[in-house]
Unconditional design. Structure first.
Length: 277
């Protein structure tokens, strides 16, 4: 029987203030940023010539979700692909303008494991120690690269006993038993009516059940990974307060911090203090 999940899991607005345990399932990639200086066009073709300065590398997608949850002192268990796609972005350092993105190993192997229980991890996961107490929440971070099928996502939502948050590029998702975090472009492609969705709108904030929760007007340098940052804060403060409505302003604040930085940004302790203030 599919569970119903309301926007509130409790009547109290007082934060629980304890360490949470969250399972993240989804694709991981390597984000590579090649920075250079562009001062002229190539004589061979109308393209900029970039003088190399440096390369920065970080783990993105589901691993970025994990990294930001760790910043909130969440106990995170990540189930992800072994062969990681590589996204290489060529960026002009002075303007932070992305000139080109090159993707390698863009498709990943299908997720074939069972969900972990309180006693064990399925064979093939990166974890081998006992899980212990149940998870407080599940995050499905799906970039639709072959790791998670639509059927597997429905199965996970059906079987998980607790709040589920989905960030997916698929056009068909569960309508009950979960919250769906998508951006405006993804929302335009989503088929059907979903009352459980949170639609991010950039600097305008986010929309939930017809209400706009305004964002902060800040200088935007890079939006890469900002949706992941928003999601992590949303999940954390939902667990703290028990209400999506209470969590959304914190999620907007977290995203506004992320876009003011370059590359795949991970929140710091000072950022967390700023978000809470």
């Amino acid at each position: 029987m599919q569970k119903e999940l309301n926007s509130s899991i409790g009547s109290e607005n007082i934060p629980q203030q304890r360490q949470y345990k969250v399972i993240v399932i989804g694709e991981t990639c390597i984000d590579k940023y090649v920075y250079g200086r562009c001062t002229r066009l190539s004589p061979e073709a109308p393209v900029p010539v970039m003088e190399y300065i440096r390369t920065e590398t970080a783990e993105g997608m589901a691993s970025n979700v994990r990294a930001n949850l760790l910043s909130f002192d969440v106990n995170v268990y990540l189930m992800t692909n072994e062969l990681k796609p590589v996204k290489t972005r060529f960026v002009d350092e002075r303007s932070n303008q992305q000139l080109m993105r090159m993707d390698e190993n863009d498709e990943v192997a299908d997720y074939g494991w069972e969900l972990p229980t309180n006693d064990y991890y399925p064979t093939g996961t990166v974890h081998h120690e006992p899980i212990g107490k149940p998870f407080d929440a599940m995050i499905i971070s799906d970039y639709d690269k072959g790791f998670l099928s639509t059927e597997k996502i429905f199965e996970m939502v059906e079987s998980f006993n607790g709040p589920v948050f989905i960030d997916s590029k698929k056009t068909k998702l569960p309508k009950k038993g979960c919250f769906i975090k998508i951006n405006e472009l993804e929302d335009s492609k989503l088929k059907g009516i979903y009352r459980n969705k949170i639609v991010t709108k950039g600097s305008a904030g986010a929309e939930y059940k017809g209400k706009i929760y305004p964002g902060e007007k800040v200088p935007c340098f890079d939006v890469a990974g900002a949706g992941d940052t928003f999601l992590c804060a949303l999940v954390y403060f939902y667990l703290e307060y028990g209400k999506i409505e209470k969590a959304l302003p914190y999620a907007n604040k977290a995203a506004s911090i992320a876009v003011q930085n370059t590359g795949t940004y991970v929140l710091t302790g000072d950022d967390i203090d700023d978000i809470r203030s």
